[in-house]
Design a binder for this molecule. Structure first.
Ligand code: F0G
Length: 377
């Protein structure tokens, strides 16, 4: 059991937590240990992991043909311990908070940040407070937060309003804000770019990524730029960020008061990292564009049915963006492409239940009736 190799103790009144990762009980390195030299880690930073990072980069089996590219890979961030990319940044943010003796963390969230904060808070014995917009968090994510034992405040307003409240709460009380405005979150999230470079042997030509509060696109860019500076890669990717059409403030150039999209994770009208995302986009020579809910859901279904990858709707915005560009006639021949799939499909069972089954029915519990159903009789 992972917890068995964690040891909590107090030095000079400060909460400390360390893993003995050389114990046979801890087979994984985690972000803090693996990328120690590239993260803001000091001798006083507790090193621990609940299994974040080292996510698969899976080669496309079917979609790549319609794109006409040299290669297409999916970075499966839904394989992180709480089912989304947030864990990479959360482990760094929580470790740095523990280093300073923090006892309580908080965030606003459309669901994934809150699930991640709650999990790391639980592991580290911290009080975790989540401020989430009413009716705007997918059921699986809320279930996670409840299971991890977080204190949950559901507010009657958008994510943007919830973030405003979380910021004020953390200014007023001794609580650490673990949203992506916390620079340690970005530090952790940049490690996904390191892994892509390690797996491909270079940066891809194009990176496609969903954009919500806009921290992740900034983190990836930071990761690629640092990899390039270390000469781990020979080039930098062109960033292609995608917002949902009903929640596309960066695309239309002004905040959206009532953001609306089926992709609840990116239902955000005034991204906190807006300016940094625009800089990253421009430095890479890329774009931030939008895709419709229909395009998102088509990509979501295609990924599951043709690639065996079940991601959440917001994640599918990256692939929807790629398909949109290919359809518009952009030539990707010779190009290596990576689409970031940010979260697991099980997070949002309500949307999943709307998928039309290929074949489903109830039959008598006999071989003959099942054979008949499958036209094998
Ligand atoms: N994909 C998923 C599954 C997300 O949960 C988010 C953001 C994004 C993409 C966009 O990333 O905000 O860094 O641009 N979710 C946040 C949350 C807002 O509260 O869980 P971003």
């Amino acid at each position: 059991m992972l917890v068995a190799c964690a040891e909590k103790f107090t030095i000079n009144g400060a909460f400390r937590l360390e893993n003995h990762n050389n114990s046979p009980n801890c087979m994984i390195n985690g972000i803090l240990k693996r990328y120690k030299e590239y993260l803001p880690i000091t001798g006083d930073t507790p090193i621990f992991t609940i299994g974040e990072g080292d996510t698969p980069l899976v080669e496309s089996a079917n979609i790549s043909d319609s794109i006409g590219c040299a290669s297409l890979h999916f970075k499966l961030e839904g394989c992180n311990p709480t089912g989304s990319f947030k864990d990479r940044g959360m482990v760094v943010a929580v470790a740095k908070a523990l280093e300073r003796g923090v006892k309580s963390i908080a965030c606003a969230s459309t669901g994934n940040t809150s699930a991640s904060a709650a999990a790391y808070g639980a592991y580290c014995g911290l009080k975790t407070t989540l401020i989430v917009p009413k009716g705007n968090v997918a059921r699986g994510k809320l279930a996670q937060a409840v299971a991890y034992g977080a204190h949950i405040a559901i507010v009657d307003g958008s994510f943007d309003k919830a973030l405003e409240i979380a910021r004020e709460l953390c200014l007023k009380h001794p609580i650490e804000l673990v949203n992506s405005v916390n620079p340690n979150r970005i530090e952790g999230q940049k490690t996904a770019a390191f892994e892509i470079v390690e797996d491909l042997g270079d940066a891809p030509d194009h990176l496609f990524i969903p954009v919500g509060n806009a921290g992740n696109i900034v983190a990836y860019w930071k990761g690629f730029v640092e990899s390039r500076r270390r000469e781990d890669c020979n080039k930098l990717p062109i960033l292609n960020g995608y917002q949902a059409e009903g929640a596309a403030p960066i695309v239309i150039g002004k905040p959206v008061d009532f953001p609306e999209t089926v992709a609840s994770a990116i239902r955000i009208g005034n991204p906190a990292s807006w300016a940094k995302a625009v800089s990253a986009r421009d430095e890479s020579g890329g774009i931030i564009d939008s895709v419709t809910d229909d395009e998102i859901l088509a990509a979501y279904r295609l990924l599951a049915s043709k690639e065996g990858v079940f991601c959440e709707p917001a994640s599918a915005a990256s692939v929807a963006g790629l398909l949109k560009q290919a359809k518009s006639g952009i030539d990707f021949s010779g190009k290596k492409i990576v689409c970031v799939l940010t979260g697991n499909g099980l997070k949002d069972p309500d949307i999943a239940n709307e998928i039309e089954p290929t074949s489903i029915g109830e039959y008598a519990a006999e071989l003959e009736s099942v054979e008949e159903a499958l036209s094998l009789a």
